[in-house]
Design a protein around this ligand. Structure first.
Ligand SMILES: Cc1ncc(COP(=O)(O)O)c(C=O)c1O
Length: 424
């Protein structure tokens, strides 16, 4: 097996990983439920749902069967000028659960491209209407992906520094807290009133990569309301928050004022296949309903609407809609909430927060809260030694488990975290 790892080291460039990283990646040979099975016989709890994608457990038999059946029928077909049942069925399934104002489904392959599509759709909406507006408003601390457009609408950071001169300018407003709500709203209003604003993009209720920072639906609703009154398109990036992560099916379900455009990925296929979707309201679609060829939305990828991924998404949707799954989501939410209450006064904790199936603990140390906080490595290796995969965001430890996690398994993770905090 070390032979495989040597070949890996020689050939493969892993994401978010330095090429001089001394540590070997862990070789996974299979996975089932919440467990990753390593080549040397270890069973690691996937407490982060493999980058927040997995909902129903690894190698889920219902999803696996749907992919296998589809692979034997139609694996892929060009999606311009052609279509297929899995994509049509998925569009129908999604439209039954998305906010009622959503009316069109556009496919791509990952969260970043879903955002890219959403931003392009918003900008072209104004171009097609003959009043090209340029400005985009985003939240400080935002992370929307790694392509140029999605980097542009995100916070400038160590991730974006090498490309900073190539990113387009965006107007950022502060991340809302109880203390700054009025100031944030006033700043937002000033920018929106400047008339050239095309769109406002947010990760609704939770800024994931920024450290699972949670904010209230109240202010977001006010911001959406004001933006929409002034004809600014609102984009909800639900790549992370979609499909039950926040307790409700979508974070937008907590809002009265619904987004004009939504982006979805991660949980869409239950963590099994790469797929993403950008949806929009009839109002947005109308600007593209024209015989003028030059107003076509010229965007697409080779694997757009891949039938295997759509079949996986339909199977995941069926599991998600089962009563059993919805109950698991609420069970996890209530356990997380209790854990947060129990732990929040621990001397090592600066802030504990939870929403739905997400719980996050921001640790105190002499450094600032950030992705590069040096405690990150210590946390990561400590928990891996306990056979728990927790991939902290700097000094923020969080749990985002697959929904099939049992009460006992979740308790095991909580206890391991308590033990770690007591050791600090
Ligand atoms: C809110 C949000 N948007 C977009 C992305 C980018 O998704 P992907 O990694 O699939 O490109 C992420 C990834 O973490 C995300 O959290």
């Amino acid at each position: 097996m070390t032979d495989w790892l040597d070949k890996d080291k020689k050939n493969i460039w892993h994401p978010f990983t330095s090429l001089t990283d001394e540590t070997h990646p862990i070789l996974i040979t299979s996975a089932s439920g919440i467990y990753l099975h390593t080549h040397d016989g270890r069973k690691i709890i996937d407490a982060v749902s493999s980058w927040w994608t997995n909902l129903h457990g690894h190698s889920n038999p219902h999803i696996a069967k749907a992919i296998a059946n589809q692979a034997n029928t139609l694996e892929h077909v060009i999606f311009a000028g052609f279509t297929h049942e899995p994509a049509i069925k998925l569009s129908e399934n999604l439209l039954t659960i998305l906010p009622k104002n959503q009316s069109k489904i556009f496919f791509s392959d990952n969260g970043s491209t879903a955002v890219e599509v959403g931003v392009k759709m918003a900008l072209q909406y104004w171009y097609n209407k003959g009043t090209p507006k340029k400005k985009i408003i985003a939240l400080r601390g935002a992370y929307h992906g790694d392509t140029f457009g999605s980097m542009s609408v995100g916070e400038r950071s160590i991730f974006t520094d090498p490309f900073s001169s190539h990113l387009f300018a965006v107007d950022f407003i502060d991340f809302p807290t109880e203390e700054n709500e009025q100031a944030v709203f006033a700043h937002f209003k000033t920018i929106v009133d400047s008339t050239d604003v095309a769109a406002f993009i947010v990760e609704p209720l939770v800024q994931a990569a920024a450290g699972m920072r949670i904010y209230s639906p109240g202010l977001l609703d006010r911001l959406f309301f004001y933006a929409q009154t002034k004809d600014v398109l609102c984009i909800a990036d639900e790549v992370f928050t979609g499909f039950g992560r926040t307790g409700k099916l979508f974070a937008s379900d907590y809002l009265v004022n619904k987004p004009d455009i939504m982006t979805l990925s991660k949980g869409l296929t239950g963590g099994s296949m790469p797929l993403s979707i950008t949806t929009c309201s009839e109002k947005v679609a109308e600007a593209f309903e024209t015989d003028d060829f030059l107003k076509t939305f010229f965007h697409g990828h080779s694997y757009t609407g891949n039938p295997l991924a759509c079949a996986a998404a339909n199977a995941s949707f069926e599991l998600l809609m089962r009563e059993e799954c919805q109950q698991s989501i609420w069970r996890i939410a209530s356990m997380h909430n209790q854990f947060k209450e129990d732990i929040k006064h621990h001397p090592a904790i600066k802030e504990a927060r939870s929403l739905g199936t997400i719980v996050a603990l921001e640790l105190k140390n002499e450094e600032e809260t950030s992705y590069s906080n040096s405690i990150r490595k210590k946390i990561y290796s400590y928990f891996l030694e306990q056979n728990i995969l927790l991939r902290p965001l700097g000094n923020v430890i969080y749990i985002v488990p697959p929904y099939v996690i049992s009460k006992d398994e979740l308790t095991t993770i909580y206890q391991a975290i308590k033990k770690f905090l007591n050791s600090l």
